[in-house]
Design a protein around this ligand. Structure first.
Ligand code: KIV
Ligand code: ZN
Length: 390
């Protein structure tokens, strides 16, 4: 295992789907999973298999379709949840079970009504049972952000001995400040040593999710749990695009640390998720918001024209944003304009067969719609790739 590589664990299809108004059907989840694979995500948390028959179906169909990313399903520390996850991910080329139980005093007392000893016993059993289905088991200490370090060490010792290879420390309610989260990660990653990979999962209740993720990476975390556009419970999760681009752009601060993300796929992935969920990122959202690369003031426009780096710390193309995408397609547009447009949108590996089929469907759509948007075209191409793949 390369110690400088940061494992990117995407939970758009699980925590992201828990955002109000973001539920997706199985076909939509498959489209997003295939795009996450293209983006270079290491682990895709495809859902919570035991939550419903629909969730089970989505996780197992994603497991059959994706080969480069590991497919993971979430489970409470309950046998039936773990069994459903194990069955749902079994056909994946690479698979993982993620199981969790809360370790904070407030959760143990009021939610679980369990003693520390009972929590440890349940956690150990969950990991051992998960290991009967897969080799790769992740264990989360839910509400780690408000848990006590000595107890977390006891839990970690026990679940690592039971076979967990990734220990996730979720700041479930987005409570920690970056320097506090960094200190917690430092102490617990030193404690784990080579026995497990330390992961972080930060919520954005105080707007600190990505700052916390980055501080954790600087202090030893080697897996980050993130979502596209920062979707997730309540105020959301740390956004993949923000954490990945901070690590890439600030190499001076992160040294040799890197992710395997193909950053040119960030914007297309963001658009696909926004189109499918109907939830647009706020206009001034870092990296993927409509205004992220536009300059309004005369002074800024003048500066950028003289030298792009005067007011831009990243190149828009590096995240797949092409500013001069001005070609508007409609029913009179021809195949050449269509090809030009899709190449411009970053689909440069589309076969002639896929192009022709997508073009036919574009013509049908253009008959119904005056202007066909870039997002419509992305959906056409993604649908086509999905059909050809079947
Ligand atoms: O926020 C959280 O604690 C979670 C866990 C289930 C990982 O989503
Ligand atoms: Zn969460």
């Amino acid at each position: 295992m390369d110690k400088n590589r940061i494992i990117v664990f995407d939970t758009t299809l699980r925590d992201g789907e828990q955002s109000p108004g973001c539920s997706m059907n199985t076909e939509e989840k498959i489209k997003i999973a295939l795009q996450l694979e293209k983006l270079g995500v290491d682990v895709i948390e495809a859902g919570f298999a035991a939550a419903s028959p629909g969730d089970f179906d989505a996780v197992s169909r994603i497991a059959e379709r994706v080969s480069n990313s590991s497919i993971c399903s979430l489970s409470r520390a309950i046998d039936n949840d773990i069994k459903q996850s194990g069955l749902a991910v079994q056909k994946a080329a690479k698979h993982r079970i993620h199981t969790f139980i809360a370790t904070s005093p407030i959760h143990m007392k009021y939610k679980l009504k369990m003693s520390e000893e009972e929590v440890i016993k349940r956690a150990v059993h969950a990991v051992e049972y998960a290991r009967t289905f897969v080799d790769d088991v992740e264990f989360s200490l839910e509400d780690a952000g408000r848990s006590e370090i000595p107890f977390m060490k006891e839990v970690m010792d026990a679940v690592i001995a039971a076979g967990a290879s990734t220990i996730n420390l979720p700041d479930t309610v987005g409570y920690r400040l970056p320097h506090e989260l960094g200190a917690m990660v430092k102490e617990l990653s030193d404690f784990a040593g080579d026995r497990a990979i330390i992961s972080v999962h930060n919520h954005n209740d105080l707007g600190l999710a990505t700052a916390n993720t980055l501080d954790a990476v600087m202090n030893g975390a080697r897996q980050i749990e993130v979502t596209i556009n920062g979707l997730g419970e309540r105020a959301g999760n740390s956004a993949l695009e923000e954490a990945v681009m901070a690590i890439k752009t600030r190499r001076d601060a992160f040294g040799d640390l890197y992710t395997g993300i193909n950053t040119a796929e960030i914007y297309p992935t963001s658009r696909l998720v926004a189109t499918i969920t109907g939830v647009e990122p706020q206009q001034n959202k870092a990296i993927v918001g409509k205004n992220a690369f536009s300059h309004e003031s005369g002074i800024h426009q003048d500066g950028v024209l003289k030298h792009q780096e005067t007011y831009e710390i990243m190149k828009p193309e590096d995240v797949g944003v092409f500013k001069d995408s001005t070609l508007i397609l409609g029913k009179h547009s021809g195949r050449a304009a269509f090809r030009d447009k899709i190449e411009h949108l970053g689909f440069d590996k589309v076969t002639d067969e896929e192009l022709n089929a997508a073009f036919e469907r574009f013509k049908i759509l253009a008959d119904k719609k005056k202007d066909v948007s870039d997002d419509d075209i992305r959906m056409l191409i993604t649908d086509e790739a999905l059909n050809q793949d079947k």
